[in-house]
Structure formats: C-alpha cells, structure tokens
Design a protein around this ligand. Structure first.
Ligand SMILES: C[S@@+](CC[C@H](N)C(=O)[O-])C[C@H]1O[C@@H](n2cnc3c(N)ncnc32)[C@H](O)[C@@H]1O
Length: 261
C-alpha cells in the first residue's frame, strides 16, 4: 500500500512508446457508460469538495493571467458536459474553445450546454489517443482540465503534460483541477475523513438520506482512478519546462495546480 501511496517520480525520456502498448482503452472505462456520466453531472456539486469555490478560483486565474490577450484560444481536456469551458465563456464569450472527451455522450451534453456560443469545437478522443496520435492541432493560450487526468497513469500523465506543453503558446498556461494521492497513509485517512465531512454537510443541508455518496469515497482509488501525488505531478511539470508551477488550491485530495510555458 505504501508503495502505491508514495510512488517515486523518475522521468525516463523515451519510455513512452512502450507504455502506450499497455494503456487502457477509454471504451472499456465506466465513463463510456451514459448512466454513469449522467449520475456525475447530477451529483458532482455534492461530492466534489468546494466545486463552486474551485470554479471561482478558475475564473480568477483566467481573468488575471489570460483574459487580457487578444483572440483567446482554450483547450478543455476531459470536458465532460462542458462546465469548465462554460464558466470561461461566461467571462468572455469571444473565446475560441476546443473541447475534448473520450465519451460521445458527454460531448453531446457539452454541445447542448454550449449552444449559442459560436467558436466551440468538439473532438472525441481519449487522452491516450491525444498522446499517441497527436490529434490536437494548433496552439492555445490556456489548456485546462478538471477531474479527468487522474484516470491515466503517472507515465501517461507525464506524456500528456508534454503534449500540453507543446500545444501552449509561449506564456500560455496549463491548469488542472484534480484529485491526487496523499503522500502517506496517515494523511490519506484524514483527507478521506475531510471528504466524508464535506459530503455529510451537503447531505444535511439537502436532506439526503442513505449512504450512496459514502460509496463514492470508497471508489476513489479503485480500478479506473489512478491518482498520483501532487508532488509527482508538480515535479513532472517542472521537469518538462513549465514555469511558475504551483498548487493554487488544496482541500484534502482535491487540488488545483498548473504552470506557465
Ligand atoms: C469527472 S468527469 C469531469 C468532467 C468535467 N471536466 C468536469 O469538471 O465536470 C471526467 C471526464 O473525463 C472523461 N475521461 C475519463 N477518462 C478519459 C480518458 N482516458 N480520455 C479522455 N477522456 C476521459 C470522462 O468521459 C468524463 O467526461
């Protein structure tokens, strides 16, 4: 267990081609199931800790670092129903946004949500395909992802971060909102308790009975979730060449981190 909780971070250039051979296919994942996706959309405000605060910080980051640029292009990786891009389009509706997700169902929900915004492009692709096939064209001022990159392994994360770096304009930013692995088991026990306390608070406020949401906490390290430590991800960004790398927000396992090209 402790080996999983505290993986050493050793960047090995050149290993990625081998790793692609063992990458899981998105189609086998739970996100390929429309009911699973719908459940997330309906309940994420309950079980994503401080979801609304995270979105406020995202908007602040965008306003502070990006919004002054002309002809802004953003890329939303693992866009789900388009909530992150939508938040940014509410700030600036002239943004040109490319949204990528492995799920056609999620992309359809994003298309529906963003109806009326003129400069949106949707691509169905898994992260593995993005890395492997170099599907993304052009450069961006801001590449953002929310609660999606934890579905890939640390080696895949590093390969994706490299791809992100190559698709950022100089001075462009990458920001990732995601769950991470605690660096020790003791901290993990507390972080999961913090998460439970958050969910219990929502349950009381919204008068929700039962323990359905407690099960979500148990699922967080199972099968398709591959959280890695914040340190490992921060170090990977620095190693690749990102500047101003930092954790911008943290609440237990929920974090927001990123950097600048
Ligand atoms: C928890 S949802 C987050 C959606 C949205 N970004 C948000 O913050 O609400 C995770 C999203 O990542 C997508 N996803 C999961 N694994 C993926 C993969 N390997 N490649 C591409 N997308 C993936 C899922 O289809 C889903 O839409």
């Amino acid at each position: 267990m402790s080996a999983i909780l505290n993986p050493p971070y050793v960047p090995i250039p050149g290993i990625f081609l081998l790793l692609f051979e063992v990458m899981i296919e998105f189609n086998k994942s739970e996100w390929a199931n429309a009911e699973f996706s719908q459940e997330y959309i309906e309940n994420s405000d309950i079980y994503i800790v401080e979801r609304r605060r995270l979105l406020e910080i995202l908007r602040s980051f965008y306003n502070h670092f990006i919004n002054k640029k002309p002809n802004i292009r953003i890329l939303d990786l693992g866009c789900g129903d388009g909530i992150i891009t939508h938040e940014l389009l509410k700030v600036n509706n002239s943004i040109s946004a490319t949204l990528i997700d492995g799920s056609e169902d999620m992309l359809n929900k994003a298309r529906k949500r963003l109806t009326g915004f003129n400069h949106t492009h949707f691509i169905k692709a898994s992260f593995q395909e993005i890395i492997d096939k170099n599907l993304v064209q052009g450069n961006f001022d801001f590449i953002v992802s929310s609660l999606a990159i934890h579905h890939i392994t640390m080696d895949e994360k590093e390969a994706l971060f490299r791809s992100i770096y190559s698709h950022l304009d100089t001075d462009g930013y990458f920001l990732n909102i995601d769950v991470v692995l605690a660096p020790t088991e003791a901290l993990e026990r507390w972080y999961l308790l913090l998460w439970k306390e958050w969910i219990d608070e929502r349950k009381t406020l919204l008068k929700i009975e039962g323990n359905y949401f407690d099960e979500i906490i148990k699922r967080y390290k199972l099968a398709e979730n591959k959280p890695d430590t914040l340190d490992a991800q921060i170090e990977a960004l620095k190693y690749i060449g990102f500047k101003d790398v930092d954790c911008f927000y943290k609440y237990g396992i929920f974090t927001m981190y990123g950097g600048k090209k």
